[in-house]
Ligand binder design. Structure first.
Ligand code: PFF
Length: 457
């Protein structure tokens, strides 16, 4: 086993073996169903280009500083997300950041595993050729048949959880991640192919205008909160994943530069997904505000009537499943590392118990479109609630706390030392600005956007 393969498989702390390994692994956590499924559905539901613009701004002003701070603290403490604060600020309640993160990780997995379940089901639908059609009525019916069937919804989710559990228990998660990374460029290429196909459809221009010509009248406080929530979700921040990943970063890694690259690549993938989907949405007469079903009803239409469309659709969903796997492994790393390092449980025990708990909580999300469709809290089904609360409440609160800890407890001196690798990197002026943003701008911005978006004032 190489150093990379063994790093997460054993409880012993290790670090990524190369600078590229760090970049690829972090990107493996960021890129996932967030790009392919959530970004298009939220952009469609929130008015298009205006939402996109706010999302990009939120990524720069909030996402980037929080991600850098989180990785920095993780690298310094080199332990799980709760332990990070027990180590850096012993005897204080800051460890609650890690505690909230564990809750967020559970709730994200509860609905994310269901979306992954749909993707897995679509791999088989694609092989059978059953969903392939350019008729919106047909593709919509195929999707609704899947989500309205409680047995199918549940079994596919269990299949996903068992698969992920198997990967973790066999201690091959690093190996799987390595494979995931190798396949990532393929996903890029496929999205370009789908994008070109989509752009060549008659009426594609309208989709491009929807995606790139902002209509500012559509931007409300709740749209801004949703865009900021997407920035958190996309970069896997505010809940401890990047603390845990930071703990595997090498001491000579340039954290700000790596983070910037991950952010840029991640935005690029989302943009490709948008270009693949929106022209087709308008060309075939789908509704951009279709919600979580958007990807699943639109993509089969793009591939229908396309040369080799059947094959492309299989590959598309296989690659999406692989991207989802990388992201899910990183989400699970949060509870599993906390349970094993805080409570001294073996990783196997921590993994099994986490997955059993997820089967129970996840079922409420899986059944949200069938037997539990009438069971709502705050007017939302459990699926929608987990999706909404994690991105728009829990992760932003985690983000505020991370900024406050970094800006007011950790302080400018240690911030500069840690991010310049003890003065080895010549980035002092950038770090001074970044520190002020982290101390003042990001936390205030997150707070105001969150309270306004939730209607508190
Ligand atoms: N960033 C992932 C995506 O966009 O699919 C989702 C995610 C992964 C969220 C890991 C949170 C996390 F800790």
């Amino acid at each position: 086993m190489s150093k990379l393969d063994s790093s997460l498989a054993v409880a012993k702390r290790d670090s990524f073996s190369s600078s590229f390994g760090v970049l690829a692994a972090t990107l493996g956590s960021a890129v996932g169903l967030g790009n392919i499924w959530k970004f298009p559905y939220l952009t469609g539901a929130n008015g298009g280009a205006g939402f996109l613009l706010v999302y990009v701004l939120a990524t720069l002003l909030v996402g980037l500083p929080v991600m850098i701070a989180e990785i920095m603290l993780g690298r310094r403490a080199k332990t799980d997300s709760v332990g990070t604060f027990k180590k850096l600020a012993p005897g204080t309640p800051w460890w609650l950041i890690g505690g909230f993160g564990v809750i967020a990780a559970f709730l994200i997995m509860a609905f994310y595993s269901e979306v992954a379940a749909w993707v897995l089901a679509y791999v088989f639908k694609a092989i059978a050729g059953s969903a392939l059609s350019s008729d919106p009525a047909h593709t919509s019916a195929a999707f609704s048949q899947l989500i309205h069937d409680p047995i199918q919804s549940l079994l596919w989710q269990w299949a996903v959880l068992v698969l992920i559990g198997g990967i973790l228990l066999m201690g091959v998660s690093k190996g799987i991640e390595a494979v995931t990374k190798k396949l990532m460029p393929l996903l890029f290429i496929l999205l370009v192919v789908v994008g070109v196909r989509s752009l060549l459809l008659p009426g594609a221009g309208e989709g491009l205008r929807f995606l790139f010509e902002p209509d500012f009248s559509k931007i409300s406080a709740s749209v801004v909160l949703t865009a900021m929530g997407l920035a958190f979700f996309k970069l896997s921040i505010g809940m401890g994943t990047m603390l845990t990943y930071g703990s595997y970063f090498r001491d000579d890694q340039n954290i700000p530069a790596t983070t910037l690259r991950v952010m840029t690549a991640d935005l690029f993938v989302s943009m490709l997904a948008g270009i693949a989907i929106f022209p087709a949405v308008f060309a075939f007469g789908f509704k951009p505000e279709a919600g979580p079903s958007l990807l699943f009803i639109t993509i089969p239409a793009v591939f229908a009537n396309m040369p080799l469309g059947h094959l492309f659709m299989v590959v598309f969903f296989v690659l999406s499943a692989i991207a989802a796997t990388g992201a899910m492994l990183s989400i699970l790393e949060v509870p599993v590392s906390v349970l094993s390092e805080r409570f001294g449980w073996s990783r196997a025990k921590a993994t099994v118990l986490t997955l059993l708990a997820l089967m129970a909580i996840g079922a409420t999300a899986a059944l949200s479109n069938s037997v539990l469709s009438g069971f709502k809290l705050f007017g939302m089904t459990m699926f929608d609630l987990f999706d909404y609360v994690t991105s728009n409440v829990l992760m932003p609160i985690g983000g505020i706390m991370l900024c406050l800890f970094t800006g007011w407890v950790w302080g400018p001196q240690r911030f500069r030392e840690a991010l310049s690798n003890n003065g080895k990197l010549a980035n002092q002026p950038v770090l001074s600005v970044l520190f002020l943003v982290t101390r003042w701008v990001s936390p205030l911005l997150i707070l105001v956007v969150m309270l306004k978006g939730l209607g508190v004032f």
